[in-house]
Design a binder for this molecule. Sequence first.
Ligand code: ADE
Ligand code: ZN
Length: 368
Amino acid sequence: SPLHPFLVALPKCEHHMHLEGSLSPELLFALAKKNNISLPSPFPTVSRSGPGTAEEQDEIDPAFASPATLRARYAAFTSLDDFLHYYYIGMRVLLTADDFEELAYAYLARASLEGNVRHAEVFFDPQAHVSRGVTVAVIVEGWERAVERVEGEFGGGKGRKITALLVPCLLRHLEVEDSRGLFAGLLAEGYFHGEDGGEEGPKLAGVGLCSTEMDRPPGLWKEIFEMAREAGVRRTAHAGEEGPAGYVSAALDELWVERIDHGVRAAEDGELMGRLAREGVMLTVCPVSNVRLKGVERLEDVPIREFLDKGVRFSLNSDDPAYFGAYLQEVYCAVEEAFGLSVGEWAMIARNAVEGSWCGEERKREIL
Ligand code: ADE
Ligand code: ZN
């Protein structure tokens, strides 16, 4: 596209990228080896006493033969849950602060150097780590070391400074009580920023909700999000990715979210589209993810045109770039290829992404 250099130079903000979703197959295998973590066996193993148990048989998956076979399997995801199966296995290799530092540094450096990303708000799944004995303190330690390094290396005077915030997501496939315990603990330990986004001290910028969507309506997390609202913790939730438009309304009405992650199925409801436009709710849309998880057949079927025409604000995001094969720059290019947007439309998309960020007003002005 003739717009390619313009799209690369555009200062970008990313609001919907799961840290664990930036784990490449190569780093996955390297960390499994370093940490001595067993992955599903690529081959059937027969023990001396006979065939393995049912559980052991479940852990046979030819995709785990090599990074290349794993990547090939990622290209064939059939649904959100099919992806999540691999995503939760993959993150088992993350154990130490060093592991999280390496993961976060690789993402932030690439975002800055390749995509001119100026501000990134990164999700992570505390419950999936705490259940393995990896504490939030360990994750935050690794994260902060990575952020300090990128801010040092890509900061000074080059006008391409990158800032980054960390946002825990509650996991929808687990019992609500599990979310409550985790969230109440983080709140009690003073982990959250207030809505004024102070830079020092508290380490987490808000709370999100992700994982399996079907049959897990947002309202189940109402009391927990009420706790967040009362404590002045910013809120967002995945909704309308696989689930119906009604889940988007429910996230707004029952969880008081400021943003909606994905939200693409909102396009099926004209009234809801009007509300999103009126209330200025930003959708963090992940078009390549929607294609790879079979929410839509082709990128052209993501309702980008409808959002633009109806004045619904959105940012473009990579979701789980190592699993879906596209980092933010590639997402922007794929959208341009599919929709052929104008320079004015791209400038507006990038500006809305800055305005919808959870950084302070001063930082927004710096990026604009
Ligand atoms: N966790 C990581 N990526 C996700 C997605 N696209 N939807 C729901 N949960 C997720
Ligand atoms: Zn997501």
